[in-house]
Design a protein around this ligand. Structure first.
Ligand code: NIG
Ligand code: FE
Length: 418
């Protein structure tokens, strides 16, 4: 089916608009077409418009997909995920519910390092299958693209293996995947107390191989005083930039205005988390054109109460992005609709602002705004039919996966054909 039309879209959210990330009032403009339709040719969008206009231009043998008077929008772009790991941390979750904190569990050898151990113990096939299973979870929420980080290897070979697993998954063409090298996710067991030595390993052994084998577009780091402090993070990130990688940084999850200022200093593409960021750092992010990636799922799942100050950031003119942070520790969800709900109820983002942050703005943060993020002629036909009457139902009916059909490059990937 390389040429078809999609009709009876009760609300077709095109997100069409000028290029570049959206800020301020533009975050609320979904460029919606009531009773809209799409024309798809060779995986790309050929035309978008009211049903009558699109139908007038199709030939008699054009295949018609009936959206059934449901809503249609671009696939969500989840710009921060950690999807390749083995095992779960359900036991640790129980300990946290009983009172232990995320930082205490990490300090006692649990947390990220426990997933690193489980990942090291699993076979390549098991690791691939575990990650493949999550692809369908992303589809169910209406996601078509994810940024995928390594970070549960923490040795040269293990990090390369995770990035190659991401490459294999991407080759299946069920989800678009944009790879990020996160070798500096945590200090591994064998380097405890020798963080600087581990940072050297990342700089001198891991980064050159990752780049040589074209395994990543971005480099990330978990920059906190107790994990990788700024003085060690800076040389890692500079080395990555020198090799041609762009930067995304885990910033200010626990410490106010700490790594966000480093993200601004280095001109990172994104600063992610920002739960503790104050208005003082907003101006620096804006001046350096760093996009905030907000991850309310991690606040929720860690039973914390301090959500990022989304309204303050919007007032400061920042082009917000929303993402799941899907990972087995701090945010075990692949559901963008759940993130939209948290964005609305906990951060007071309107449904339209949240949808823009999860589509167009996310595409900009991944340097993909020319090809995905909105439904406009010439762009990829990555779209989702959601079983809703109104786009505001996406965050309103929470904890419900509403995606009914998911298309990637004009091919239906969910429900799967097999
Ligand atoms: O974004 N903070 C560091 N990284 C992840 C958590 C990963 C984990 O706990 O396994 C995050 O929250
Ligand atoms: Fe993360």
């Amino acid at each position: 089916m390389s040429d078809f039309a999609v009709v009876h879209c009760r609300q077709l959210l095109t997100l069409a608009g000028p290029p570049g990330p959206r800020t301020g009032p533009a975050l609320r403009d979904l460029a919606m077409i009531p009773d809209g339709a799409l024309r798809i040719r060779d995986g790309l969008i050929a035309a978008v418009g009211p049903r009558a206009d699109i139908l007038r231009a199709v030939s008699e043998d054009t295949v018609i997909v009936d959206a059934g008077n449901r809503i249609v929008l671009p696939g969500f772009i989840d710009a921060h995920t950690h999807p390749v790991f083995s095992g779960t941390r359900a036991a640790e979750f129980e300990r946290r519910i009983e009172g232990a904190t995320y930082e205490e569990i990490a300090a006692s050898g649990g947390g990220i390092r426990s997933t690193v151990r489980l990942t090291a113990e699993s076979t390549p096939a098991a690791l691939f299958q575990a990650s493949r299973r999550y692809s369908e979870w992303f589809h169910r929420g209406g996601t078509t693209t994810i940024e995928a980080k390594s970070g549960y290897g923490l040795s040269l070979e293990a990090e390369l293996h995770i990035l190659k697993t991401i490459r294999l998954l991407a080759a299946e063409r069920r989800l678009r995947m944009i790879p990020t090298f996160l070798g500096a996710h945590e200090v591994p067991d064998e380097y405890r107390g020798r963080t600087a030595d581990y940072a050297d390993l990342v700089i001198h052994e891991m980064l050159p191989r990752v780049v040589e084998e074209s395994l990543a577009e971005y480099c990330d780091i978990f920059c906190e005083p107790t994990v990788f402090p700024v003085d060690l993070a800076r040389p890692v990130l500079r080395a990555a930039q020198a090799l041609g990688l762009a930067l995304r940084i885990h910033a200010d999850q626990f410490t106010p205005d700490y790594a966000s200022l480093l993200a601004a200093e280095l001109g990172a593409a994104t600063a992610d988390h920002l739960e503790c960021t104050t208005p003082a750092a907003f101006a620096a992010l804006r001046a350096a054109r760093v996009q905030p990636v907000l991850l309310p799922g991690s606040v929720y799942a860690l039973s914390r109460t301090r959500y990022p100050d989304a309204r303050g950031m919007i007032a400061a003119g920042l082009p917000l992005v929303l993402a799941t942070d899907f990972n087995p520790g701090s945010s075990p969800t692949a559901s963008m609709p759940m993130i939209l709900s948290l964005a609305a109820t906990q951060m007071r983002m309107t449904p339209a602002e949240a949808i823009t942050a999860a589509t167009v703005n996310a595409a900009c943060s991944l340097n993909r705004d020319r090809s995905i993020g909105s439904l406009e002629p010439g762009k990829e036909a990555d779209f989702v039919i959601h079983d809703c009457d109104d786009y505001r139902e996406l965050p309103y009916f929470f904890a419900r996966e509403s995606a009914r059909e998911v298309y990637l490059h004009g091919v239906r990937v969910y429900p799967p054909a097999d």
